[in-house]
Design a protein around this ligand. Structure first.
Ligand SMILES: Cc1ncc(COP(=O)(O)O)c(C=O)c1O
Length: 438
């Protein structure tokens, strides 16, 4: 195992990173097990973010590691274009079971961004297959994050992610975001105020006409923008309006899928049935890149009515990669055997109390929690947005906890196998960081 520092850092152009600052002050991880990373200096770092929201079962989970090792030696690659291998089909069946048979099929991708672009393309092609090819508009939401493909960026609503990349897809529009600090600060679970914001969809529909709209895509809980939890009743209203106008509703569950709220999907937690769900991350416990789009049976059926031949001209070389399938099959087994969902549910109250115990610390202007997620919003330093939280992130890492920040919001999402002592350690150290923050 290479645990030494790299000889040079100049050639790796790091994603979503302040490259110059990082390379001047690197933070290098060399191994991981359970709830902890180890850094290049041999220090233990408690993982408060499950990597990037993607390791629900904890790091180096033995069953998943063994499954990956075995499959890579047995079937390193097999195409899924006009070919197949058993694990891809077995996994699809298990995923249907995991989601309570609410969906009919699953389409494999390699990332959240690809899942989103796949779902958006499927929505367009679905309407076209049914003779409604005029439905080409895609509706997202302000502050939404749907990855970095042109489709996901077009429906996404985070300004800095979009501004350098031109006009993006034509015909996209956006719902307003639901964040309301005045009315909803320091809520636990779904905030009281804001369900009426879903009615803005009626205005968008009236403006463009339903016959031009293919799909609405939202994150049930927006993560990357800093943990925005949907107001009570909001998602149900979106569902009703979409159904009324024949618009497909897509939930982007790349971070909320696989147990983050203590239910299989966030859709189960909020008791709303979307027509498609996009996933990635926790699908393989983060070990091997993989994404999956869950679709309702009626969507698949619309394609199967076409004349014989390839029904959907879309796919990736690595769709259903055997090693990723093995990792995902093992992940689902671990979910069952270790009762990951039940454990997450059981930790929820302790988690929530611990997060809200930070209320009153310097600069903390909001705390929001749902499932095993927390958003802690800090007052920005005047003229330097994001600087305060970034300083907290760096200090936290120096003190042995990995947190994630976006703007001036700290977003926490540890592995779901956490125990009370990890929560105590995380918030004990974070409180100290916040108390000493400029
Ligand atoms: C809701 C959501 N959608 C899509 C993505 C993109 O996933 P990826 O980085 O795997 O492309 C993310 C990543 O964090 C996400 O949070």
């Amino acid at each position: 195992m290479n645990e030494s520092r790299p000889t040079s850092m100049s050639s790796f152009w790091m994603p979503f990173t302040n490259n110059r600052d990082f390379k001047a002050h690197p933070r290098l991880l060399v191994s991981a097990e359970g709830m902890y990373y180890k850094d290049v200096d041999g220090r233990q770092v408690l993982d408060g973010t499950a990597g990037l929201w993607c390791v629900p079962c904890g790091h180096a989970q033995p069953k998943i590691v063994a499954a990956v090792r075995e499959m890579v030696g047995q079937l390193d690659f097999a195409p899924t274009f006009q070919m197949g291998h058993p694990a891809a089909f077995d996994l699809a069946e298990k995923l249907m079971e995991y989601t309570g048979h609410k969906f009919g099929q699953v389409f494999y991708t390699n990332s959240g961004s690809e899942s989103v672009d796949t779902a958006l393309k499927m929505a367009l092609a679905y309407h076209r297959a049914r003779g409604q090819g005029s439905r080409t508009r895609l509706i997202g939401r302000e502050r939404g994050y749907h990855g970095v493909g042109f489709g996901g960026l077009s429906v996404g609503g985070i300004g800095p992610n979009r501004k350098s990349f031109g006009p993006l897809l034509p015909g996209a529009d956006h719902l307003p975001h639901t964040h309301n600090l005045q009315k909803n600060a320091f809520t636990r679970g779904e905030p009281e105020h804001g369900a009426e914001l879903a009615d803005e969809l009626e205005k968008i529909v009236a403006l463009h006409d339903p016959s031009t709209i293919a799909a609405v895509i939202v994150e049930p809980v927006a993560g990357s923008t800093g943990v925005l939890i949907p107001p009570k009743g909001y998602l149900k209203k979106l569902r009703e309006i979409c159904t009324k106008h024949g618009i497909l509703l897509i939930f982007d569950e790349v971070i909320t899928g696989f147990g983050r709220l203590g239910t299989p999907m966030a859709a189960d937690f909020f008791d709303v049935e979307p027509d498609m769900i996009t996933t990635a991350k926790g699908l393989t416990n983060g070990t091997i890149p993989m994404g999956a789009v869950f679709t309702k049976q009626f969507i698949y059926d619309a394609f199967m009515d076409a004349p014989a031949g390839i029904e959907l001209f879309h796919g990736y070389t690595y769709s259903g990669h055997p090693v990723a399938c093995a990792a995902s099959l093992a992940t689902l087994e671990v979910f069952k055997e270790q009762k990951i969902l039940e454990h997450a549910q059981g930790m929820q109250a302790y988690w929530e109390d611990a997060v809200h115990s930070l209320r009153g610390l310097p600069h903390v202007i909001d705390i929001r929690t749902v499932g095993i997620i927390a958003g802690i919003e800090l007052e920005p330093i005047a003229g330097k947005p994001g600087a305060r939280a970034y300083a907290a992130f760096k200090q936290a890492f120096a003190d042995g906890i990995l947190i994630r920040t976006t703007g001036d919001i700290i977003a926490l999402s540890p592995p779901l196998v956490l125990e009370k002592q990890h929560i105590d350690e995380l918030f004990g150290k974070l409180a100290k960081v916040l108390k000493n923050l400029e």
